[in-house]
Design a binder for this molecule. Structure first.
Ligand code: SIN
Length: 536
């Protein structure tokens, strides 16, 4: 096995990974990504944009208040204020460095409105191609940076820890086989968990790898039960990644219609289509579960030139042979964003010395039980930079001598890994999705455990794709179980966690739930923290 050294290893090539890697200069950074090229992860697929109170008429304190209100009692108000205050400043710095955003004819930045925001404060790029535009720019900067070595086609198998905390990571490289990457610090930026569900807006790589890596190393995790479903993905029979119809459409005036063409959200919430995302997703999900279709009506928006403002959505509809100018578009909720993850402080530090996390994989406490739209790219940017600053300040020491980690002695054959991934996603969608109950969650846990016990690793597999799929299924099952157990334990409904057997929020549950995995066999300790959150 080869061994390589760098000052810092960054795992993941979404917004958090790229921003962190760029911000770590002059330290030597190895950026591992399992995708074949930059960028990877969900950031690239973001349509709506990035929220920040940069308009002089806006106020970061109001953005923080909206963030706290959306979080259904679990957002950490100090983190929300840090996000919005620093977010406006840090984003302005990136804009001044040339990060491209859409502007009005007079040069002012275009600001869109999205659900549960009290002001128009969502910046976008390329219309609704925000993620693609920003990530292309950041990827070019990373490729040109002398201090960063990008290792594509590389699957991070396990963190390696010693007495002094994390000392590196065992990875499988498509081109070179197993490599032990040693470093003084490892930053996880591996994104979310959308692919654990049957339908998701996330790309194929969002299989919960970062949470699984951190969990097996013994790091503290939190808020795992809170999985946000986007209300308006394109409905259809396709599974896996499904196209998103951005919330910005509703911000620009698109309406949700029932089977009779009625605006059912008007009766459901005072903000109608712009109600918090969990409320809209629940209302749509309940109709679909009852066999009723739901549509997004873009006709009047398209009559006013909407296709030019939303080229990605126009392309999605054209591919599906749907004409938004003439007919409402069928929509359904899809798994979109994980509020939970690896617990970090305000500087990305986890509970393990030398291990940092940023972006969706991290749980800073900013999102609480329900993330406010377009806050995730901002969170990735702010906390990736803060983590990089903390690593730079700590001048990570080269770790002392440690033995080589053992190469795994067997892998799940590809056919079984693929089948189990589908079975697990079906279980998650049926019983750990938008609406849950205790019996369904208990059954889901038993079924997921049976899938885990039924994996039959075999020796002699050395193909990179097979090793990646085997690693992903190991991660999927572990993280699915952690989510299901956390959801079973939380006996209430709050934000994105809705239980039909506990339909109300309960004051005693107004606290975050921590999870740690002790020992190699999954003995999961799910426990609320000692002290509840400060009351606002
Ligand atoms: C969207 O464009 O609707 C997604 C924005 C987000 O999830 O923040």
């Amino acid at each position: 096995m080869q061994m390589r050294h760098s000052d810092v290893i960054v795992v993941g090539s979404g917004m958090a990974g790229l921003v962190a890697a760029l911000s770590l200069a002059p330290l030597s950074v190895t950026l591992l990504t399992k995708t074949d090229d930059l960028p990877g992860g969900s950031s690239n697929w973001a349509q709506g944009g990035i929220a920040a109170a940069i308009d002089p008429a806006d106020d970061p304190a109001e953005h923080a208040a909206d963030t706290v209100a959306a979080g259904a009692g679990l957002t950490d108000p100090e983190m929300a204020s840090l996000l919005t205050q620093e977010g406006a400043k840090r984003l302005t710095r990136w804009i001044n460095r040339g990060l491209p955003f859409d502007r009005e004819a007079n040069g002012r930045l275009c600001l869109g409105r999205e659900a549960a925001h009290g002001a128009a404060r969502v910046l976008h790029a390329g219309g609704d191609a925000t993620g693609r535009t920003l990530m292309a720019d950041l990827s070019a900067r990373v490729r040109a940076a002398d201090h960063i070595k990008v290792e594509p086609g590389t699957f991070a198998w396990d963190l390696v820890t010693g007495r002094q905390g994390v000392v590196g990571l065992l990875a499988h490289h498509a081109a070179e086989g197993w490599v032990f990457h040693r470093a003084g610090a490892v930053l996880l930026a591996c994104g979310g968990v959308g692919q654990l569900y049957r339908h998701t807006t996330n790309p194929a790589e969002a299989t919960g790898d970062g949470i699984a890596l951190a969990a097996r190393a013994g790091a503290d995790l939190a808020d795992l039960e809170f999985v946000q479903f986007h209300p308006t993905a394109l409905a259809g029979s396709r599974t896996g990644q499904v196209p998103l119809l951005t919330e910005a459409l509703r911000g620009a005036g698109a309406h949700l219609l029932d089977e009779h063409g009625g605006r059912f959200m008007v009766k459901a919430h005072p903000l109608a289509e712009l109600a918090p995302r969990d409320v809209v997703a629940k209302a749509i999900g309940a109709r679909i579960a009852g066999g009723l279709p739901v549509y997004l009506d873009l006709r009047s928006l398209w009559a006013q030139g909407g296709a030019g403002k939303f080229p990605t959505v126009a392309g999605i509809c054209a591919n599906a042979k749907l004409d938004p100018a003439r007919m409402p578009i069928p929509v359904a909720p899809a798994a979109h964003y994980h509020m939970g993850g690896v617990v970090t402080d305000a500087d990305g530090r986890t509970s393990i010395q030398g291990l940092y996390a940023a972006g969706e994989v991290a749980c800073t406490g900013v999102h609480g039980a329900n993330r406010l739209a377009s806050n995730s790219l901002l969170e990735a940017l702010v906390f990736a930079e803060r983590a990089a600053d903390a690593i730079l300040a700590s001048t990570p020491a080269r770790p002392g001598p440690v033995g080589l980690p053992a190469i795994p002695d067997g892998f799940t054959p590809t056919a079984q890994a693929a089948l189990v991934a589908v079975q697990a996603a079906d279980i998650m969608a049926e019983s750990v999705g938008l609406l849950r109950d205790g019996i369904g969650l208990s059954c889901a846990i038993a079924e997921l455990e049976a899938l885990q016990a039924g994996l039959e690793p075999q020796t002699g597999i050395d193909d990179a794709t097979a090793i990646r799929l085997s690693g992903e299924v190991r991660n999927r099952l572990l993280v699915s179980l952690l989510i299901a157990r956390s959801a079973l334990n939380r006996q209430e409904s709050r934000g994105a966690h809705q239980r039909s057997d506990w339909p109300d929020s309960r004051p005693e549950w107004r606290q975050r739930q921590r999870v740690t995995l002790s020992g190699p066999a999954p003995r999961i300790r799910v426990a609320p923290p000692r002290s509840p959150l400060p009351v606002m």
